[in-house]
Design a protein around this ligand. Structure first.
Ligand code: ZN
Length: 213
């Protein structure tokens, strides 16, 4: 057998380790390894790198599996939390987030009682609440008047409990006495921002006069 150079064997070794060489090449490499200590060491080293023991492989897989299980549980837990939070948000939006009820003469009426007090009547189905501002001095068309602001709000859906608790509302309407009635010269209906009190001259432009003395 002709002498083969170590450099040739070195080139062949990776293929030999992967067992993708022909039988002739395999014989050639094995014959050389028997006689050459240097190439044998190279071969052992290469074999060690590429060789993955079965048991090590299994534990690797179990480790990955375990990590995946942890991730899966985290995923389930966080999805559950997100769904819960969204439910709360939706509930709040439906029953607690309110919008003003638009004025119509059928829904809202201010009536002066025999004792002189003013009664605010609401004839709608139900409402989430009402906003009332005590009479404030305002200049209207050159006259100084005591003006009260009022508007009602409704939630996006009527809460079942609210409707059940207030069976009176649908039949005879909802009403309350306007405080400081005797001072009031005019009542305006419309959404107002009590915090922007200084801008009430601006705000009243978007409101409807519903009662005047
Ligand atoms: Zn050699």
């Amino acid at each position: 057998m002709t002498e083969i150079k170590c450099s040739v064997i070195e080139d062949l070794l990776p293929l030999y380790v992967d067992e993708v060489v022909s039988d002739d090449t395999k014989e050639l490499v094995e014959a050389h390894l028997k006689t050459c200590e240097c190439c044998r060491q190279e071969y052992e080293q290469m074999k060690g790198i590429l060789y993955v023991p079965i048991e090590h492989d299994t534990s690797m897989f179990e480790h990955v599996q375990k990590r995946w299980n942890q991730k899966k549980w985290l995923l389930i837990l966080s999805s559950t939390l997100i769904v819960a939070m969204m439910s709360v948000a939706l509930f709040s939006l439906t029953f607690h987030y309110t919008k003003p009820i638009a004025y119509t003469p059928e829904l809202f009426k201010v009536e002066q009682q025999s004792d002189g007090t003013l009664m605010m009547n609401y004839y709608g189905d139900s409402h989430a609440g009402s906003n009332f501002m005590h009479p404030v001095k305002m200049n209207i068309n050159g006259e100084e008047k005591n003006v009260s602001f009022v508007f009602y709000e409704q939630s996006f859906a009527n809460s079942p409990t609210r409707t059940n608790l207030r069976t009176d509302v649908a039949s005879e309407g909802d009403h309350f006495t306007l405080s400081e009635s005797e001072k009031i010269d005019a009542v305006y209906y419309g959404e107002f921002d009590a915090k922007e009190f200084m801008k009430r001259e601006e705000q009243i432009k978007h409101m409807t006069l519903i009662w005047e003395r």
